[in-house]
Design a binder for this molecule. Sequence first.
Ligand SMILES: NC(=O)c1ccc[n+]([C@@H]2O[C@H](COP(=O)([O-])OP(=O)(O)OC[C@H]3O[C@@H](n4cnc5c(N)ncnc54)[C@H](OP(=O)(O)O)[C@@H]3O)[C@@H](O)[C@H]2O)c1
Length: 314
Amino acid sequence: MSGSGELTAADLLAQAPPLLVLGCGYSGAYVAALRRESGARVVGTARSSTRLNELRDGGLEACSFDESDCGALSALRFDTAVDVVVSLPPARSEPHHGALRVALDSLSDISVRHAVYLSSTSVYGHSMGATVDETTAISPADPRGERRVAAEALIREWGAARRVSVDILRLPGICGPHRTPRARLQSGRYVLPEGGRVWSNRIYVSDIATATEHLFRRGGTGEDWIATDGRPFIVRDHIKTCCELLGLPMPPDVPLASLDPYRRAFWQGNRRLDPSRLRDSGWEPAVVGCRAMMTDAWAAENATGDVDNRGRHS
Ligand SMILES: NC(=O)c1ccc[n+]([C@@H]2O[C@H](COP(=O)([O-])OP(=O)(O)OC[C@H]3O[C@@H](n4cnc5c(N)ncnc54)[C@H](OP(=O)(O)O)[C@@H]3O)[C@@H](O)[C@H]2O)c1
């Protein structure tokens, strides 16, 4: 601290705790990169050697972790308490929480300051167009939502046993480079179940990173949070805007029943998320609205010449 009481750059660097990202995939990498900017030590786990190398190329420390091989994770040591982001989705097959349970158990010799779990708004089930916030009852309507509720319970139990505060950050559809409908619209693979007349919500991937960092900076209060851009939209309108921007015709309508159960669940969510709790706590999304998200994501894709879509829905 300088004599005037103001924080210097050196103070900020000294204050940033190390970060461990369990499941350093799409969102995890943005969270990791943001903490890395402060000079902190950041470790991200991945399964494949390709992904481990990508993390290293991005300036992170890469740690191999798979639920069948936790040796490297168990051997990790930090010289101070570490913040932990958990971005491991429940597996679709049994055991659903194998990786999460193994990962958390592997941290037994590490001092954890706070944890943030990147969860999903699928825990709210079928909302039939209603406005949903953190006070809305949890009511999963399908196995995917049930697995997510169970995962939240598991990490809360772990936090209680370890005396670590765990904030649950529930996310809607994640948007960003390679997570937009562009590639599927251009290739004719995009379809609109029931005309796309359902409510949906988005968050831009860099805003997941700022929301997560915001929760760590608040000191970890162990609450549930919804993070979105605050602009629920009718999917058909969103797709119409995308088609206009891309100069494409609207995709075909199909019956909901023609989708596989995983995709059907996404369309049945049909909710308008209210992120007021997070906003009132001092966080603001930087990328708001479909048009801004598409423009930003496509500019980033165009810059690399790689426009493939690796997202699940959108
Ligand atoms: N995509 C969406 O629109 C959306 C919406 C709401 C909530 N969410 C949830 O938000 C979180 C972040 O989403 P995301 O799309 O950024 O995730 P993601 O890119 O799929 O990253 C998940 C990470 O977990 C790792 N992982 C998965 N299973 C594992 C296992 N059995 N053992 C070890 N590592 C494993 C993956 O490793 P690999 O790289 O080796 O696969 C990857 O690093 C996830 O929990 C996701 O389910 C996503």
